[in-house]
Design a protein around this ligand. Structure first.
Ligand SMILES: Cc1ncc(COP(=O)(O)O)c(C=O)c1O
Length: 294
């Protein structure tokens, strides 16, 4: 049975319970991270923990654990859940249990939860279908908040529209990101992704893709992508820790480019897959995973 981490203990998922007055349950008052593990290698461990720290600071919380402690929690979850080669570790921190009132009365003891799930093998031969949608979310999208109802509704709208996988979001006429991914477009050979702002999550995969493209001497700029640019793009990609770089071949039911995963996506994905192989080959299996290999 699946083993999870809750407030200092590893225990079977069925035995892990949280009080109903937890502010995470009542208000969605908390933040989370999803850390991908390929083979034995935790990809971009420091970057994920840094973003967790930033999300916590943005909601007036301190990290309940040091990086070493988080590393031990991740290692423990991986050891206890041998559920496939590639896995993701979900870390979730809420403000804790308190009488139900909006104001935060410190000090509270945070609730810390972690679980491990397999990352399914992806086949992007035919690419993904996505819809566009108004960005209906709030102004703090750079915080990885657990209150995900807008994201849930957006992905559900995509599914109900035409079985699409993702909603690409438009705010004031420009692309922000996907409901749970970052967006790249390719026009006339040039790759572009929206610059970081409070309107999008600073994706760890996004940053890695920008770094890898530049390292491979491929042009990649960060800046506004208009709706017109999105609709006429030769290629669209969406990125996340669990999807990697996914080619989009249909946008609102119409083909993107020639309707097949693009040539530049193929190069970008090859560079990304090679990078993952290189870092996981440098990592010894077992406890004390080598997290800093680049
Ligand atoms: C809203 C949003 N944007 C972007 C991403 C991609 O971020 P990362 O590459 O760090 O997984 C996610 C991941 O779940 C997300 O929820």
């Amino acid at each position: 049975m699946e083993t999870v981490w809750l407030n200092g203990k590893f225990l079977p998922a069925a035995e892990a319970t949280v009080p109903v007055l937890d502010r995470g349950f009542i208000f969605g008052d908390g933040v989370y991270e999803v850390v991908p593990v390929f083979g034995s290698h935790i990809l971009r461990f420091e970057e994920h923990l840094r973003r967790l720290g930033q999300s916590l600071a943005a909601i007036y919380m301190q990290s309940p654990h040091s990086d070493t402690e988080w590393g031990a929690i991740i290692d423990g979850l991986l050891e206890r859940n041998p559920c496939g080669r590639d896995r993701s570790v979900y870390l979730h921190v809420t403000r804790g249990v308190a009488p139900r009132e909006h104001v935060i009365r410190a000090p509270l003891t945070p609730t810390v939860f972690g679980m491990c799930t397999p990352i399914p093998e992806r086949n992007y031969d035919t690419g993904l279908s996505v819809i566009t949608h108004a960005d209906i979310r709030w102004q703090y999208c750079d915080i990885k908040a657990i209150s995900l109802l807008p994201g849930v509704l957006l992905r559900e709208r995509a599914r109900r529209a035409d079985g699409s996988t993702e909603a690409v979001l438009l705010r004031d006429g420009v692309v922000t990101e996907g409901a749970a991914s970052n967006v790249f477009v390719v026009s006339a050979g040039a790759v572009r992704t929206p610059a970081k702002s409070n309107h999008l999550l600073p994706g760890v995969t996004r940053d890695l893709v920008v770094e890898l493209l530049r390292g491979a001497d491929m042009s990649c700029s960060e800046g506004p992508i208009s709706e017109a640019e999105l609709r006429t793009a030769d290629e669209i990609w969406i990125t996340s820790s669990t999807m990697g770089i996914a080619p989009v071949t249909r946008l609102d039911g119409k083909p993107v480019g020639d309707g097949r995963p693009g040539r530049i996506w193929q190069t970008a994905d090859r560079v990304y897959q090679e990078y993952k192989l290189k870092v996981s080959a440098n990592t010894a299996p077992g406890p004390g995973l080598n997290r800093s290999a680049r």
